[in-house]
Design a binder for this molecule. Structure first.
Ligand code: CU
Length: 434
């Protein structure tokens, strides 16, 4: 094996060859009215930046669904979730329920318990730090918790609930009643009750114990409240936008004397931004290196024939399928957007056609179009994009505008593409997958 082939093999192993990001299709999820959720810390790298180039693994904070809280083995649970995450099988928790139903979320905080991951961080840690310093950091019982208690919660958007289910400490609520406290200490549990979900939509659920610290590390999930279905799309994809933290958390050191290291800290002392879809960031620099090592060029970094699929979602849909995309952003630092090549949709808010949807932090947005075809509204109202096949039955006609192909999608804040926010929307010939 020559040197170039060896390098390629090593890089391929480190970056996870063949892991395609699995889309979340809401229609495949069972309806629920009660769920058990835990929060747990996991040492794992959500990017394709090789682990060997990082000072240490970042510590993610994640929600995970479990059957119940009886006899939970924290280390086993953490090992399973870590394995899922590292191997590209992680999906953010999505809770699907129906309008006018009740929902109970039983919640247990496992952060820092058992054999919790620790980080050793070295390097220049701030602009004004002259020398390199070394820190160890964990969410475990050793040290950190005394200064920065890891109380966490579930705070829901949009749906109706009483103040004791808000998952937030604010105002005079605790003076009024200590039972109003929605925060949960490590090792403890409580339930959140939501009565008669009155507003359909895609709602964020996230920690509100210390959200500036935890939400960007992954402590977020989605609640889908289904209303009356007016249209039945062939695919109903949910995509979660998030960004992992960089320098924001130095503020914690300032206020609490507790150093919380940047999320992705390279051995060369650089701090990396990571912008993720469904939890994973497909950074371009490692893929450029891989492409060059494999005898291609940096311009081939988004190819999936010469490089692996990204762990961001790779959609595969047939030409003419009606696709709904529900976009939900947890961007803790910034807005993101969804731009899809070759497609457009009708934007209800502005009554214009668009091919780029901004999704501000904490917001959701819904779009609908035909794969390889026109916007949904255009098709309904103008009906001028039939695949012209004289004599075929109307039911067999397919709306075609841009056609088949691997259409790139990405956030249109351009640096976010480099930092991981892109993927492939593959439109195939009808029947090709059968
Ligand atoms: Cu973005």
């Amino acid at each position: 094996m020559n040197v170039r082939a060896k390098i390629l093999m090593i890089v391929v192993l480190m970056t996870g060859f063949g892991w395609g990001g699995e889309p979340i299709d809401i229609r495949t999820l069972a309806y629920t009215d009660e769920m058990h959720i835990v929060a747990i810390d996991v040492g794992a790298n959500p990017t394709n930046m090789p682990n060997a180039m990082l000072w240490d693994l970042p510590i993610l904070l994640l929600y995970k669904q479990v059957d119940n809280f009886n006899a939970i083995d924290v280390d086993l649970l953490r090992a399973e979730l870590t394995d899922d995450f590292v191997n590209g099988r992680y999906k953010p928790v999505v809770i699907r329920t129906k309008k006018d139903q009740d929902l109970t979320l039983n919640y247990m905080n496992l952060i820092g318990l058992g054999n919790a991951p620790q980080r050793l961080v070295q390097g220049v840690v701030c602009k004004n730090c002259s020398s390199k310093r070394a820190y160890s950091f964990s969410y475990g019982a050793e040290g950190d918790r005394s200064k920065f208690p890891w109380l966490t919660s579930i705070h829901a958007h949009g749906i109706s609930y009483t103040i004791d289910n808000d998952g937030t400490r604010a105002g005079m609520n605790l003076t009024a009643n200590a039972a109003n406290d929605g925060l949960v200490a490590p090792g403890e549990s409580r339930s959140y009750y939501y009565k008669q979900l009155d507003l359909p939509g895609v709602w964020p659920l996230h920690d509100h114990g210390n959200p500036s610290h935890t939400v960007s590390r992954g402590l977020h999930m989605a609640l889908v409240v289904e209303g009356e279905e007016k249209v039945a799309p062939d695919h109903d994809f949910l995509m979660l936008f998030s960004d992992y933290p960089t320098y924001d958390d130095y503020l914690d050191e300032f206020y609490t004397q507790t150093f919380v290291p940047p999320f992705i800290h390279m051995r060369n002392a650089n701090v990396m931004h990571a912008h993720a879809l469904n939890g994973y960031a497909a950074m371009l620099p490692p893929r450029m290196n891989m492409a060059v090592a494999g005898g291609n060029t940096p311009w081939d970094a988004m190819r999936t024939d010469v490089l692996s699929n990204p762990r961001t979602p790779v959609y595969e849909v047939e030409l003419g399928a009606l696709v709904r995309m529900r976009l939900l952003s947890f961007g803790s630092a910034t807005t993101h957007s969804f731009h899809l090549h070759g497609h457009a949709w009708w934007d209800k808010a502005t009554s214009t056609y668009q091919d780029n949807a901004a999704v501000p932090a904490g917001s959701s947005y819904e779009i609908m179009f035909w794969a390889g075809g026109p916007p949904f509204r255009q098709f309904r109202f103008f009906n001028n994009y039939w695949d012209a096949d004289e004599g075929s039955e109307p039911a067999n006609k397919i709306p075609v505008r841009s056609g088949t192909g691997d259409w790139l999608y990405h956030c249109h804040i351009i640096p976010h593409v480099k930092h991981g926010m892109w993927g492939v929307f593959r439109v195939t010939e009808p029947g090709a997958g059968e």
